[in-house]
Design a protein around this ligand. Structure first.
Ligand code: PNS
Length: 160
């Protein structure tokens, strides 16, 4: 088994689902690099620095986990870090189309890379950063969906 796996994403913000996946990944890999994309396709609510800081706050106390941000093509960053394992979470069948497209494209760009899909705990399968932001905007309680620092940051960014 390879030692290091990279878990890329927008993390806008990190959720308890992401955190669950990181913990699961740590049972399989010695090191997990949480790679926050600096310029995601969707306009993010939080800056790259804020998203990295919220990820770091969430993984505090977890050994073997590193949080970084990257720009440009993911495969280039994987190559630079000499990492050949890419982690993604799968929640529903609806995730599959996009994930397969990305995994196969990444494989064509970097044939040595393997994408590994992990399932989150079912308690978190419904959570997405997008939905959490919507709930926050509409004044709902988001504390059960995101780690404490992310909940506080959302409340600051989206006052009630
Ligand atoms: O959390 P997300 O938004 O679903 O993560 C998507 C992410 C960041 C993994 C994807 O958009 C990505 O890899 N972006 C970096 C640019 C890139 O390499 N694009 C081609 C992907 S096949």
């Amino acid at each position: 088994m390879k030692k290091t796996a990279m878990y890329p994403g927008s993390f806008d913000p990190i959720t308890l689902g992401h955190l669950d996946l990181i913990r699961r990944a740590r049972r399989m890999f010695e090191r997990v690099i949480v790679a926050v994309v600096a310029n995601p396709q969707k306009e993010p609510l939080f800056s790259a620095e804020e998203r990295v800081a919220l990820c770091r706050a969430a993984i505090r106390g977890l050994s073997g986990v590193e949080v970084v941000s990257f720009d440009g093509l993911l495969v280039n960053y994987l190559r630079r870090r000499k990492c050949r394992i890419l982690l993604r979470g799968l929640r529903f069948v609806s995730d599959l189309e996009y994930e397969l497209q990305m995994a196969l494209t990444n494989r064509q760009l970097y044939p040595e890379v393997e994408t590994v899909f992990l399932l989150p705990d079912e308690r978190y399968a419904n959570i997405s950063s997008t939905l959490v932001k919507e709930v926050a905007r509409l004044g709902g309680d988001i504390s059960r969906f995101v780690p404490g620092p992310a909940a506080a940051a959302l409340r600051r960014k989206i006052p009630a």
